[in-house]
Design a protein around this ligand. Structure first.
Ligand code: PFF
Length: 448
């Protein structure tokens, strides 16, 4: 069967950067940085992105493009009849589980967007914001409604395929996202006292760093770059031979890191300027920020722009999460795209119900001491993601061979490239060891 392709250079970049830039950048990164002391954490994060993110991004892109297959098929093409295909299966399962709870948070974002547009959110007094958020997340009916909207929009785009769906929408949405972020950044940086927030972001105090923050930075770099779960392999399979994958990897990584920093430059100066605390954790954008917008002149406008930004970032990421399983089912089981997308979207929605209930009726239910939502997040974003990323490095470094990946990177000699030795060393040794460490730490096998 002929495989679809992205139609243009900008389209590939918009789709891949769209996948990488998501809730991880605007919701997760600022709060993890906030909890780990700010600048020192960010500094370490950037080092991990450069040293491990680039080689792994290259490995996944080359695996996909070389085999022109989905994340399971890629392993089957290179090592038929071996167990390596289960690495791909794990990636499909991981992306599916992540989508099931990612869409819940994206649903809250859409609810906040709607309530910003109608002017309801800006009227909630700061002391009530916490219960406002709890009411939204614990009301299963409305949380599921917004979740269904997110999954529905995602499926609507994915059904239309690569060029007419994912690429077409990313090309429009990503520039909107970028300019909205710039507008918000200018607003934040021109507030009185913006300096304090900037210092928090850019003036490192290494005494704040713990070994735990190092490993969190490493784990988050995979999460943010969409690595370790087959997304980049799948997108790679739609990229033409003439595309320079090294340049593309760098562009995705720079865009993703820049957007995370810019999101930080929107959030922290504003948080500090109005005397709020940066460490509030996952509720930072849902409870702290609305209070900040209330204190700001024209806050309602900036609030709407902010939630529009997060909603766009979420949708371009949920598209890529769903595409992993759609691509696998269509290619491996010869099911047509429309049928596969509808069935998988329904499946994701059903899987998201227990996680949604864990904020309401089932809030008492615990699995290994965690709520259902936290358990899903833990299993997928920490355990499976790191196993998947680690196995991908081992496969590319030792089984397929880093020289083959590098050959694909040069488009079989069309481009000349240096740096093979560094890539080879990182993918064979540094990355598997570092990833092994995150895994042992995040599963609690080693305590730091
Ligand atoms: N990279 C995107 C983000 O940072 O939000 C989407 C995403 C992909 C999130 C993979 C989580 C994940 F595990």
């Amino acid at each position: 069967m002929k495989r679809e392709k992205f139609g243009s250079k900008f389209g590939v970049l918009a789709a891949a950067a769209g996948s990488a830039i998501g809730l991880g950048n605007i919701w997760r990164f600022p709060y993890i940085a906030g909890q780990n002391g700010g600048a020192a954490f960010i500094f370490i994060y950037i080092i991990f992105v450069a040293v491990l993110g680039i080689p792994l991004m290259i490995s996944e892109l080359t695996l996909g493009r070389h085999t022109r297959a989905n994340s399971v098929g890629a392993y089957k093409v290179l090592r038929p009849n071996s167990k390596w295909k289960y690495t791909g299966t794990l990636a499909v399962i991981t992306s599916f589980i992540i989508l099931s709870f990612y869409s819940i948070i994206a649903g809250w974002v859409c609810a906040y967007l709607q309530q910003s547009i109608t002017g309801k959110l800006i009227k909630v007094v700061p002391s009530e914001l916490e219960s406002y958020f709890t009411n939204l997340s614990s009301n299963t009916g409305s949380a599921l409604f917004w979740n269904a909207i997110v999954i529905g929009v995602t499926a609507f785009i994915v059904i239309s395929g690569i060029q007419n769906g994912i690429e077409k929408y990313s090309k429009v949405l990503m520039p909107i996202l970028f300019f909205t972020l710039i507008a918000l950044m200018i607003r934040s940086l021109t507030l009185d006292n913006a300096k304090e927030g900037l210092e928090f972001l850019f003036k490192p105090d290494f005494s704040q760093l713990t070994t735990k923050s190092l490993l969190e930075a490493l784990g988050h770099s995979f999460y943010s770059l969409s690595l370790g779960m087959g997304i980049i392999i799948t997108y790679g399979s739609y990229i033409g031979k003439k595309e320079n994958l090294a340049t593309l990897s760098l562009q995705i990584i720079i865009a993703d890191t820049l957007m995370a920093l810019m999101a930080g430059m929107v959030i922290f100066p504003a948080v500090f300027a109005y005397g709020f605390e940066p460490q509030s954790g996952p509720s930072l954008i849902f409870i702290t920020l609305p209070a900040v917008f209330q204190a700001m002149p024209l806050g309602a406008v900036f609030e709407t722009l902010f939630f529009l930004l997060v909603a766009i970032a979420s949708i371009t990421s949920t598209m890529s999460l769903l595409e992993v399983s759609v691509s696998c089912i269509t290619q491996e089981f010869k099911v047509n795209r429309k049928k596969a997308t509808i069935l998988l979207a329904l499946g994701v929605f059903l899987l998201s119900i227990p996680s949604t209930l864990s904020f309401g009726l089932w809030s008492e239910v615990q699995i290994f001491g965690m709520s259902i939502f936290d358990f899903m997040d833990f299993i997928a974003s920490y355990a499976f993601l790191t196993i998947g990323g680690g196995l991908t490095c081992v496969f590319v470094g030792w089984i397929w061979g880093s020289q083959n990946a590098f050959k694909e990177l040069t488009s079989d000699g069309i481009y000349t490239m240096k740096g093979f030795k560094v890539y080879d060393f990182i993918i064979k040794f540094i990355a598997p060891i570092a990833i092994g460490l995150i895994f042992l730490h995040s599963t609690g096998i080693i305590k730091l």
